[in-house]
Design a protein around this ligand. Structure first.
Ligand code: TYD
Ligand code: MG
Length: 455
């Protein structure tokens, strides 16, 4: 008979302890220990190391390289983020806030894949709900198999029977295994279930997509080991008030982590956005003060975004500084540069900054556009609307070089801009052959202002 053993496991980091403790000695969190009962089989034979293993250590020259066959998911944005399609036997974890569209994304992939057997297991929704959602996204005649189940043993049994080309599990936090007696979603359950799925994926070479919840701090719920176990971690993010969703690779054993997929949530599901700039730019900014267009880069993708600033006289003693979509501390630093190096006094004025479209930009290459927008609003003079801007700003008011300058220029040209202001230090690395756009190199913030605000 199998013996049962009880251990206390930290729900934050997965550290184990024989007795309950208030503070985890590994991660320092309080009140995170929960009792978990583990079924143990026969005690392990300590001499098992010495038994013959089918695998032998090999030299690189002896290892045969098989051609990599990736499965196209039928969704170009997802394929891009995965690094060119789904790798056989790989485990992909898709995380994101509740309601962001994780289930919709994987459902749409399952419904559009042709001539493949797909097993979609949902522990969160009933078959009725799945059918309703499939009808909503407009495809209910697909060959995809659906299962509403939470027992991992039963799921793997069905998977073995149907041997799907792709297995989808929505979500890992609702799955339970008989081997652990704690409740679904606890560290022990998540770890055991993921372990069993991993074993199945590697043995049968079936790719598996797992959906994972994230906690209120924004990281994936469950043990950190989950992220180590899987091959790829994708994060689905976006502001719920806006329709854009960004799929980002946080970890990828089979591709780069700087790729980005962009979607738009519509009435009938997610739509791939192949040209993000067109969505983010409104054409109505001509002649308005406080608006500048930045050629930014998120991941590997260039896009043009509208930076909006509003500078007004502070009503209260302390002026307000607020920023949406851009780091507030960085904005404060840029304002200090404007004050110290350019002599614009903003000490008694409120400054509000907004990146239109509800996206967050981490690229320092939009610094110059931020400063220009603030200045434009401050003096109430519209910047040249046909000029895009790119450049990082240093503390002494110098314009510093940015990465991937060619892509930024190409994107601005594609969208019909007449000119683009770039850092002078970037000029020698420009290899892009411009056709219609004029490239204006600048060394100091001042020079950029002269170009943007000349009549
Ligand atoms: P869902 O995929 O259930 O999110 P998750 O699995 O990440 O929790 O997405 C649900 C949200 O998406 C819900 O608020 C409604 C919206 N939605 C649409 O706007 N259009 C659609 O076609 C679908 C299916 C969902
Ligand atoms: Mg869901």
């Amino acid at each position: 008979m199998a013996k049962t053993k009880s251990v206390f496991v930290c729900q934050n980091c997965g550290n184990e302890s024989a007795k309950w403790v208030g503070k985890c000695s590994a991660c320092g969190e309080w009140n995170t220990y929960v009792e978990e009962v583990v079924l143990t089989g026969k005690s392990k034979n300590p001499t098992s190391f010495f038994s013959d293993s089918p695998q032998k250590p090999q030299k690189l020259t002896e290892i045969e390289l098989r051609p990599e066959v990736r499965m196209n998911s039928g969704n170009s944005e997802l394929d891009r983020v995965l690094g060119g399609g789904v790798v056989p036997g790989s485990l992909v974890l898709v995380g994101g806030d509740p309601g962001i569209g994780k289930s919709t994304l994987v459902l749409q992939v399952s419904l559009t894949l042709k001539n493949k057997t797909i097993l979609y297991v949902s522990g969160e929704e009933s078959l009725q709900q799945l059918k309703m959602r499939a009808q909503r996204v407009g495809k209910d005649d697909s060959e995809c198999l659906f299962l509403s189940e939470t027992s991992i043993e039963k799921i793997l049994h069905h998977a073995q029977q149907t041997s799907p080309d792709l297995l989808i599990i929505d979500s890992i936090q609702t799955m339970v295994t008989e081997r652990v007696e704690s409740s679904p979603g606890s560290v022990g359950q998540v770890r055991e279930c993921a372990g069993l799925i991993l074993k199945y994926a590697k043995a049968s070479q079936t790719p598996v997509i797992l959906i994972g919840h994230i906690n209120k701090e924004g990281s994936l719920a469950g043990p950190k080991v989950l992220e180590h176990m899987v091959d790829t971690v994708l994060q689905f993010e976006g502001d719920k008030n806006y329709m854009y969703r960004i799929l980002r690779a946080i970890k990828n054993r089979f591709g780069s982590t700087s790729e980005l997929g962009i979607f738009e949530m519509q009435q009938n599901g997610l739509r791939e956005v192949l040209n993000p700039s067109e969505l983010l730019l409104s054409s109505e900014h001509e002649g308005l003060s406080g608006v500048c267009i930045a050629a930014a880069l998120e991941g590997m993708r260039p896009f043009l975004i509208e930076v909006q600033a509003l500078v007004s006289t502070a009503v209260y003693g302390t002026p307000q500084r607020s920023s949406t979509g851009f780091d507030l501390r960085r904005m404060n630093m840029l304002l200090a540069v404007l004050e110290k190096r350019m002599g614009f006094k903003l000490g008694t004025r409120d400054v509000f900054l907004n990146i239109a479209g509800g996206i967050k930009v981490n690229d320092p290459g939009i610094d110059l556009a931020v400063l220009s927008a603030v200045l434009s609003s401050s003096v109430d003079k519209a910047a040249n609307a046909k000029t895009a801007i790119t450049g990082e700003v240093g503390l002494s008011g110098e314009v510093r070089s940015v990465s991937r300058i060619d892509q930024r220029i190409a994107e601005a040209e594609k969208l019909g801009f007449e000119s683009i202001i770039i850092p002078k230090s970037n000029l020698k690395s420009v290899t892009f052959k411009t056709k219609t756009i004029r490239v204006i190199p600048v060394q100091q913030v001042k020079e950029a202002f002269q170009i943007l605000f000349q009549d």
